[in-house]
Design a protein around this ligand. Structure first.
Ligand code: C5P
Length: 212
């Protein structure tokens, strides 16, 4: 039994009390990975942004709103996990200034200055201990393979799951699982549940190997 920590869903970055920017993510892939991990007998914790789906009974869920909240919660849970999988689509940008009152329309164009949020997978990749396993997801519209491999290296991941934008808000997914050196470990296509089972099987085998 391994202790699996997942992020799932989108995060929100507010401009004012009522408006926010976000990423398109339903949380379905996170829920499917959570279920696949439970089915293999693992303990599962899910740190999730706001979603309209239910996570599997048996997963411990930690609701968060912003990328910073998600980072804080993950950083707290990470030392006690064997494997961290970043399935979420955290909002990568946040407004430099957040207003405490609703911005009033003026009839003029509005310019927003956005700054990057913290990268959760990269931060965990940077602090992981020998026996901890970090898996990232990559969603690219061009040069999928190349960019996924570059991301795996940059974020110090042990595996990366490359999927396309067709996965967004869909019941289906089509992924390539890549290991360091650009080796294709497995490909999977079908429902998110079927794809999640393949991903968790690969993770489990590699996690066990790493911990032998
Ligand atoms: O760089 P990009 O956002 O495409 O990377 C995708 C991977 O990084 C996913 O595993 C995603 O969950 C993670 N990520 C993160 N924190 C961010 C942005 C992405 O953990 N701020």
């Amino acid at each position: 039994m391994a202790r699996i920590l997942l992020t799932s869903g989108p995060t929100r970055q507010y401009l004012d009390p009522v408006r926010y920017i976000t990423n398109a993510s339903s949380g379905r892939m996170g829920a499917a990975i959570g279920q696949a991990a439970l089915d293999l007998g693992h303990e599962v914790k899910i740190v999730s942004g706001p979603v309209f789906i239910d996570y599997p009974v048996g997963c411990q869920t930690y609701p968060v709103v912003t990328t910073e909240d998600m980072h804080r919660q993950v950083a707290e849970l990470f030392p006690d996990c064997d494997c961290f999988i970043g399935v979420a689509a955290p909002c990568d940008y946040m407004p430099r200034r957040v207003l405490d009152h609703k911005l009033t329309k003026t009839g003029e164009p509005l310019q927003l200055e956005l700054i990057e949020t913290v990268d959760i997978v990269a931060s965990m990749g940077a602090i992981k201990k020998n026996r901890q396993y970090v898996v990232g997801f990559a969603l690219e519209t061009e040069d999928r393979r190349f960019r996924a491999i570059a991301k795996m290296q940059r974020k110090c991941c042990d595996l990366i799951v490359s999927n396309s934008e067709a996965a967004i808000d869909s019941q289906l997914n089509n992924v390539e699982i890549l290991a360091p050196g650009g080796i294709t470990v497995a490909c999977a296509e079908g429902s998110k549940q079927e794809v999640a089972r393949v991903i968790m099987q690969v993770v489990q085998e590699r996690l066990l190997q790493a911990n032998l």
